[in-house]
Each structure stands twice: as structure tokens, then as C-alpha cells.
Design a protein around this ligand. Structure first.
Ligand code: GAF
Length: 403
């Protein structure tokens, strides 16, 4: 049975209905359009994006929704349903500053600013609009709720202005969203999260070359579930540890004399390691081997070779644990439980930036009840909480809802 398109399901969903009602109540008129952008889960290829390498994420069927209506004048007004109906308002002709009192607003402001500058470079002007935002991407879980918000704002502006892909295409939306996050929000992330949210393909993972930004959709077998377990370990020190890993990778690239670790092969990694400290060497080894594993995993998935996929995901997890040092004991335990359950019928590993957050497993739908039961029986976070499970379907990237 083909999975009904997410956009069609959403257009009539309770979330969209509640969003439209809130918009109409707040602004005194109904919205004219509704757009969506999904969160994501990365199947393999971790911390490779900012090293110009390969990643294999899929968009998930948890998303940010924005209802909108163009308005005369230069004001942008924003209503956030999930932040207690918080609001923001700013003038498109005034300098735009980050708001320290409401972090959520900075994703919106940063993205509006980027799109405005992009249009200005083409001699076009961004007009005012009203937006109302809601969504079900779990926040702080490592499933890219921020990228979903940025890309949804980009899609809202495209739809409000009727921009065609010649003016603003999906890859450019992702680049602008990454720039908004780097510059306006202050997180030095790579391009993966924004690109998969903008360019995801229904029923597929996307192999992304983060240097050229060329993508290859890789079909997920129809009977395969994308099983995500949130460890309930709060991701501590995420930004500082993330930025530190980035610096260590850059130092290693400099040592080897390559523009990025993407351009280092495994023979050279070993042959020219003299003088490089052991930590930076292990960081580089993770990136170089992870790029190889990611390319191999895309081929294994496309060929339906689940035994190979299983090994590659296990090796990826071990490399994140031992060489990149971004896992924590509770996450290692969670992965072990899932690996024991799925065996060579799928695979499991930590996903995302690390230090807590989520584990991803690919497995036949038939194994989902068993995997959930194993987690209930054998897993507790240090806080005593159980893992939260999300069984997902690979979904399409951002777009406008019908109607
Ligand atoms: C976070 C970042 F935002 C991504 O760019 C990526 O580096 C990921 O961590 C690790 O693979 O999600």
C-alpha cells in the first residue's frame, strides 16, 4: 500500500485546523497558504558535513507548519503556537537584531534577513506578511527542529511572494538557513540538517555530497521502519563540544595539508600522522572512515543488503564512541539493545551531534514491537526515564500544502 503523501494528510490534520483557527483569531483574517518543513534523522555520516564529506539522512514525518498571509506594508508579524502564543514583530526596513529574550524568534528573524538579502542581490523586495507557526518535531532531541523552522520560514516567504526556483531553489534555501543559524543564532553547524529538510524525497534517504551539494535519493525498502529512540539524556555542552570537534578536524586537515578531511584517504591518514597529536588523529580517522562507510551504506541500502548495512552502522557507532568521543554510556547501552534485537535484519547507531539525544535503527516493521519491548525492559536513562520511540516514514522536503 503506498504511503499517502504527507502533505495531503497534513492539509486536513487537526494540527493544520488548529493552526488556521489560531491564525484567524489572532490576525482577524484566515491564512491564505500553509507550508511545511520536516525534521530529519541521519542514518549514517556523522560530523562529516562540515568536513566536506558524505551524509545519508532522511526527512521524517514530524514537521513545522506555518500558516501565512501577505500583508500590505513593511511589517512581519509572527505568532508561535507552541511557545504559549508568543509573538514577534519587526520592520523589514529597520536593522534586524537577535532577541535575547525569545530564542525561537531568532530562527525566524535570521531566515527572513537571509532571504531579504538574497532577493535584494537580485533587485527584488521582500513584502510584509503575517505568520503563525506550530509543529511536532520534538525539541532538543537532535531531530533538527531548528532546521525545520528555518526552512519552513524560507518556504513561507517563497509561497507568499510566489518565487520560482530560478529565484530561490531548495538548495539555496538550505544554504541561507545554514547561514542564518551560523550568523544570527550562533551555532557553527554544517549543511546537512537544512539540506535534508529542504530537499528530502518521500520514501528515500538522501546521499548528500556536502562539498558539491549534489544529492542522490536512495530508496528505503518498503517494509523497513525508521525507528528512532530518544534516550532522554539531555544533550549537555552541545555547542562547545561541537565547535571543539570542528576545530580539531580543521587542525587535522591543516596538518595533512588538505583543504578539508574529505580529501584525505586512509593510506595517507596513517602514513603522514607523525607530529599530529593522538586526539586530532582519532578525530580525523573517524571522518575518513565514516565517509567510506556512508558511501558503502548508500550502496548496501540500495541493494537491499541489510547484513552489510548492519555492520556499517555498528562500525559507525563504535567510531563515534572511540575515535570521535561523542557518545555517552546510556546511548551506547541503548544502541546495544537495538543491535541485539535487529541482528543483521537492520542496523542501529547514535544519530546527530551527540552527547545524548537519539538513536536511529532501521528494521523490518515486523520487529518494531519487539524492539520497543526490549527498550522498555532493558533501558532506563540516568534520570530513570524510559526511551521515547518514534516510528517514522521517510518524507518529502519542504513544500506548500494543497488548498
Ligand atoms: C548537528 C549539525 F547541525 C549538523 O550540521 C551535523 O554536523 C550533525 O550535528 C552531526 O553529523 O546536527
Amino acid at each position: 500500500v503506498p504511503h499517502p503523501a504527507i502533505a495531503d494528510l497534513l492539509a486536513a490534520s487537526p494540527a493544520a485546523t488548529a493552526l488556521h483557527a489560531a491564525f484567524a483569531r489572532h490576525y482577524g483574517q484566515p491564512p491564505l497558504h500553509t507550508v511545511r518543513a520536516p525534521g530529519r534523522v541521519n542514518l549514517i555520516g556523522e560530523h562529516t558535513d562540515y568536513n566536506g564529506g558524505f551524509v545519508l539522512p532522511c526527512a521524517i514525518d514530524y514537521q513545522t507548519l506555518i500558516a501565512l498571509r501577505p500583508r500590505p506594508g513593511r511589517q512581519v508579524r509572527v505568532l508561535a503556537l507552541d511557545v504559549g502564543l508568543a509573538t514577534d514583530q519587526f520592520d523589514l526596513d529597520a536593522p534586524l537584531a537577535p532577541r535575547t529574550d525569545s530564542p525561537w524568534a531568532n530562527y525566524v528573524r535570521g531566515m527572513v534577513q537571509q532571504v531579504q538579502q538574497h532577493l535584494a542581490r537580485r533587485g527584488q523586495v521582500l513584502d510584509g506578511l503575517d505568520m503563525a507557526i506550530t509543529g511536532d518535531v520534538p525539541q532538543g532531541a537532535g531531530l533538527s527542529s531548528s532546521a525545520a523552522l528555518e526552512v519552513a520560514v524560507g518556504q513561507a516567504l517563497i509561497t507568499a511572494q510566489g518565487l520560482d526556483a530560478g529565484v530561490l531553489d531548495a538548495v539555496t534555501v538550505a544554504q541561507l538557513a545554514q547561514r542564518a543559524e551560523n550568523g544570527f543564532v550562533g551555532c557553527q553547524c554544517g549543511i546537512m540538517d537544512q539540506l535534508i529538510s529542504a530537499c528530502g524525497v518521500e520514501g528515500h534517504a538522501l546521499l548528500i555530497d556536502c562539498e558539491s551539494l549534489v544529492t542522490r535519493p536512495v530508496p528505503l525498502p518498503a517494509d523497513m521502519a525508521v525507528f528512532i529512540a530518544h534516550s532522554r539524556v539531555q544533550r549537555g555542552l552541545v555547542d562547545s563540544a561541537y565547535n571543539q570537534r570542528r576545530q580539531q578536524c580543521e587542525a587535522a586537515a591543516q596538518h595533512y595539508g588538505v583543504p578539508s578531511l574529505r580529501h584525505l584517504d586512509e593510506a595517507t591518514l596513517l602514513a603522514r600522522r607523525g607530529g599530529l597529536d593522538n586526539t586530532a588523529f582519532r578525530r580525523a580517522r573517524h571522518i575518513v572512515t565514516e565517509n567510506r562507510r556512508t558511501l558503502a551504506a548508500a550502496d548496501a541500502l540500495a541493494a537491499g543488503d541489510l547484513a552489510t548495512l548492519s555492520q556499517l552502522m555498528a562500525q559507525s557507532h563504535a567510531s563515534m564512541r572511540d575515535d570521535f568521543e561523542i557518545t555517552v554510556p546510556a546511548i551506547d547501552h541503548l544502541v546495544q539493545i537495538l543491535q541485539d534485537t535487529v541482528g543483521d535484519q537492520g542496523g542501529a547507531r547514535m544519530t546527530g551531534g551527540g552527547f545524548g539525544g537519539c538513536v536511529v535503527a532501521l528494521m523490518p516493521h515486523a520487529l518494531v514491537p519487539q524492539a520497543s519491548a526490549a527498550l522498555q525492559r532493558h533501558y532506563r536513562a540516568p534520570s530513570g526515564e524510559q526511551a521515547t520511540v518514534y516510528v517514522c516514514h521517510a518524507s518529502a522536503g519542504a513544500g506548500a500544502l494543497p488548498g
